[in-house]
Design a protein. Structure first.
Lengths: 224, 224
DNA sequence: ACCTGAACACCGTTCAAGT
DNA sequence: ACCTGAACACCGTTCAAGT
């Protein structure tokens, strides 16, 4: 026989049960996210993945929301630096577009980022980059500070909108139908603008949104 | 004895079990929302409230997301018309602020509205109002059409941000700490702007955001 | 301190069966 | 057609107990 002597072994044949750490938990979470989406990134599922019980995770992670925020910061690290070249405005748009593109791949994560603001190192780098570009463009610092929030909110919210709880498509059809069905009598502006209201790819709308935002941030003084 | 004769009656003493209708379900949902928040507006809880089983609700409502959207449209009906007076810009800000104020009372609803766009009658009225005001201000129709989305997104996302999964406060403290701890060396812009980055009441930021948005929408041409 | 089994208190959704 | 009991396949979080 080739088998080792009949000693008892753990139920699951794993190389070695790695010690539980915050990094290990976040890494497992990222893996599950990539493979099956955020809906499966649950305490119970992660515990199973790490060969322990759900209660053990609470030693390292306050709750599910905090876990999701940590996952986002982790993914933010994969976005990478934006290549130089072009005006500050173009580079600003490029940084924001890269960030949004990452979120588009994980819309449920965007959704959760709206509530549980990330505060990890990669997020800080992103903010620093945005502030630097706005500064280069001569945007008054106070406006830049508030503007960064507005820009990131637009990016995050736009990505979050594409988080289908499964519905998204029928949902959009319902909106389109409602707008087209709007009466000329009671809703003249909608009736006249049904086309533009529904036109544009998400990409085109996103870019236009960034441009409008930047333009507004430049010109709008902060109170006091 | 004052009691009626000992005839069998239904377990729960209810006047009459009302027929199940979509309106009845939505009304019950609004009641539960007001009393206990959106987290309790679940199929199972509503079924209990309506003295039936959860499966019965699926005859009238496709899923939980659709139910939440219907609830939002219902609440939108309570916002009421905005009083006249002031410039188109002031009135526009007032309509948006009233909408956001409603959402601030139900941040979890705002969160869900970001994904499951409402398309009910009250939402349509809101869009019509916004388009009318932008038109009055001479904003080119195509820009107004896309701009409405941007304005409502800002309102909704800002309200959603205040949806605490319980965390919100510690969460904000974490962001504040991270920003204050940013090194002068690696994050000079953050270090220099820690004050402005964290300043302003939600109300002040919201209003400034609307102003910046309106300014940008006015000046930014839609592609093609 | 760190870790965990077990429990508490829930979920959404589907389906076969009844009226 | 409308309605439903029961089941399937899960959740987050806490707590008392162990090492």
């Amino acid at each position: 026989m080739t088998g080792r002597p009949d000693t008892p072994r753990s139920r699951r044949e794993r190389p070695a049960k790695p010690a539980l750490t915050r990094e290990g938990i976040v890494a497992a979470a990222v893996a599950v996210l990539r493979a099956e989406g955020l809906r499966k990134v649950t305490m119970r599922r992660l515990a199973e993945e790490l060969d322990t019980g759900p209660a053990s995770l609470y030693v390292y992670v306050r709750n599910t929301a905090e876990l999701h925020a940590a996952v986002l910061d982790e993914l933010l690290g994969t976005v990478g630096p934006t290549p130089a070249g072009g005006s500050w405005r173009e580079r600003l748009e490029r940084v924001l577009t890269a960030y949004t593109a990452m979120l588009f791949d994980h819309p449920e994560l965007a959704r959760s980022a709206l509530t549980a603001r990330p505060s990890g190192p990669h997020y800080l780098n992103l903010i620093e980059n945005l502030l630097a570009l706005l500064d280069e463009g001569g945007v008054p610092p106070a406006q830049a500070a508030w503007g960064v929030d507005l820009l990131l909110q637009h990016a995050t919210a736009t990505a979050a909108e594409h988080a289908g709880d499964g519905a998204s498509k029928e949902d959009w059809d319902a909106v389109a139908a409602a707008l087209h069905a709007a009466s000329e009598r009671t809703h003249p502006h909608i009736a006249g603008l049904a086309g533009p209201l529904l036109s544009g790819t998400p990409q085109a709308r996103l870019t236009w949104g960034f441009q409008a935002l930047i333009s507004g941030i430049e010109r709008t003084a902060v109170p006091e």
